[in-house]
Design a protein around this ligand. Structure first.
Ligand code: HEC
Length: 111
């Protein structure tokens, strides 16, 4: 599942979030040439792990429109990915998080 997620990540997400899931420099305050927010890291340094698995799923499926119907930024939905595709991408993301973050996440979402 993780390696499938990695393949899907590389073709669908890496162009923005980076092949190491490192995001863009200055993602917290910087803007791209269109004045939109920069892609945050997904490697545990960002705040992805503050979102529940369901929220992360929704973000990937529907984009940031779930937070703001007028969202104009770059994080758009991925209607062509299957549910399983999205869960495997999330497994891949979590697999690169440092152990400390993974443990915190586990206690947060209570498996
Ligand atoms: C065209 C560029 C682009 C692509 C492609 C893209 N993203 Fe994003 N993503 C962003 C941006 C920009 C943000 C920050 C949203 C904002 O603040 O406007 C973001 C935010 C996120 C977040 C929320 C992060 C957090 O810490 O709150 C997740 C999770 C995410 N993206 C996952 C993905 C996944 C998984 C894919 C591939 C299926 C993907 N993104 C594809 C640009 C992109």
């Amino acid at each position: 599942m993780i390696s499938k997620g990695e393949t899907l990540y590389m073709s669908n997400c890496a162009s923005c979030h980076g092949s190491q899931l490192e995001g863009k420099k200055n993602w917290t305050s910087g803007k791209d040439e269109d004045g939109q927010s920069l892609p945050p890291p997904l490697n545990g340094e960002g705040h992805s792990w503050h979102h529940s698995p369901d929220q992360l799923f929704q973000i990937i499926r529907y984009g940031f429109k779930i937070y703001n119907p007028n969202y104009q930024g770059k994080m758009q939905g991925n209607e062509t990915l299957s549910d399983e595709d999205i869960w495997s991408i999330l497994e891949y993301m979590k697999s690169v998080w440092p152990k400390k973050i993974r443990d915190q996440y586990k206690s947060l979402v209570k498996h």
